[in-house]
Design a protein around this ligand. Structure first.
Ligand code: PGA
Length: 261
């Protein structure tokens, strides 16, 4: 059971929900959910919703975390269309997804760029959620471990452990994202254990043990509990199922039950 570590559940809304829809969701979520000490819940929302939703959560006295889905690695400058880490933090973001497979695949982000983003976010105290995972082809060719080792090593290169106290890793096999084909708990657990072994080489031992490793890829209310029961799975990154209040609440409730079982 994963009870020895707190759980972190993050919904990734991607490019969905207008501000009225988003505000409605958060207001209803906050009303329905009783926070638990060992369970953190966050939503990675479109840039334009960050400030109003962070304010809404604060006004309601809710610990719900609002985060971003991406950022630029520079502090400021002539980068049309980009948003800096400090701007996100100022808007109320408490974490940022970095290196999501859609950023890597559709927007050509490489490990070096992602590494600079992790470095920047960590340096200003914006919690980085570094996403890693193999493609279907890499999975078939049994390259999962090599890919994870490379993405973690390059993604965290040159960043001192002292700056990574808030680091979160999300293992998201690309073949499981949005496909309805989640990794089995066993496959996910093995990948998480491998990620942990890489973290032990890269970070101080204490930090490596404490970094939450989330699973993402077709998580639904029907498979969330069996994934969270695995020892090395410390939480979930949920795309499609986080868009529905009912299914997101269900997953959050089930997570709470796992902690108290
Ligand atoms: P999914 O997306 O849950 O819809 O598969 C997960 C993600 O992309 O973070």
């Amino acid at each position: 059971m994963a009870t020895h570590r707190p759980l972190l559940i993050i919904g990734n809304w991607k490019m969905h929900k207008t501000l009225p829809e988003a505000s409605d969701f958060v207001a209803q979520f906050v009303a329905a959910y009783t926070p638990l000490d060992n369970l953190e819940v966050g939503l990675a929302v479109p840039y334009t919703s960050i400030a109003p939703l962070a304010q809404l959560a604060q006004d309601k006295g809710s610990p719900l975390l609002i985060g971003a889905q991406n950022m630029n690695d520079c502090s400021e400058g002539a980068f049309t269309g980009e948003v800096a880490a400090a701007m996100l933090k100022e808007a109320g973001a408490q974490f940022v997804l970095l290196g999501h497979s859609e950023r890597r695949r559709l927007f050509g982000e490489d490990d070096a760029f992602i590494n600079r983003k992790v470095k920047k976010a960590a340096s200003i105290g914006l919690r980085p959620v570094l996403c890693v995972g193999e493609t279907e082809e890499e999975y078939e060719e049994k390259k999962t471990e090599a890919v994870l080792e490379q993405q973690l090593t390059l993604g965290l290169e040159g960043i001192p452990s002292t700056e990574l106290g808030n680091l979160v890793i999300a293992y998201e096999p690309v073949w499981a994202i949005g496909t309805g084909r989640s990794a089995t708990p066993k496959i996910a657990e093995e990948a998480h254990a491998f990620c942990r072994s890489v973290l032990v080489k890269l970070l101080t031992k204490t930090l490596a043990k404490k970094v939450p490793i989330l699973y993402g890829g077709s998580v639904t209310p029907s498979n969330a509990a069996s994934l969270l029961e695995q020892e090395e799975i410390d939480g979930l990154l949920i795309g499609g199922a986080s868009l529905s209040l009912e299914s997101f609440l269900q997953i959050v409730d089930d997570s709470g039950k796992i902690l108290s079982s």
